[in-house]
Design a protein around this ligand. Structure first.
Ligand SMILES: [Fe+2]
Length: 175
């Protein structure tokens, strides 16, 4: 009798774990690329240039499959506004792409982009597992007061800030 009851309890305890596994495999929400995407960005992990004035940001994380396996050689193409809230549409300031390592990891060095009218602070990104569909989205800064007024902001797309200037975000893409 006691054994049976334990089994029932055990089955009940498994349910929340199953729920967690599903969360792990949820593909990162897509968002509009906006009007300022440019193809052929340079391949580089640091978007910093000699003239960079903004607060520094290091963003790290992994690209994962829906089964939560690291995706090696995934493409990440980042672009964001500069210190004044402008995009470089002539050149490639604050634009760059890179590929994840064998563990699916990436590291981006850049500045915290300025806000521009009508939007909260954000970083645009395209993520793509080798040979698969491109996922276009935007990343946000948690606790930014302008998030609440932004028409595109989603809390699932907020990076985690370990401390000032150090953020992390894991992408889940079709792989
Ligand atoms: Fe933007």
């Amino acid at each position: 009798m006691i054994l049976t009851r334990r089994r029932v309890l055990g089955a009940a305890l498994l349910l929340p774990l199953e729920g967690l596994a599903q969360t792990c495999g949820r593909v990162t929400p897509r968002q509009t690329e906006g009007p300022f995407f440019k193809t052929d960005s340079p391949r580089r992990v640091s978007l910093l240039e000699g003239s960079s004035q903004g607060a520094r940001l290091v963003l790290v994380g992994q690209v994962l499959s829906p089964q939560c396996r690291p995706v090696a050689n995934a493409l990440l193409d980042f672009w964001h506004s500069d210190e004044a809230g402008d995009y470089d549409n002539r050149g490639f300031r604050y634009r760059g792409h890179q590929y994840t390592d064998a563990q699916g990891r990436y590291r981006l060095e850049t500045i915290v982009p300025a806000q521009y009218p009508g939007r909260t602070r954000h970083i645009h990104v395209k993520a793509q597992a080798p040979g698969r569909k491109v996922l276009t989205t935007q990343l946000y800064f948690p606790n930014d007061p302008a998030n609440a007024r932004d028409f595109l902001y989603r809390p699932e797309l907020a990076m985690k800030l370990a401390k000032r200037g150090e953020g992390s975000f894991d992408f889940v893409v079709d792989a």
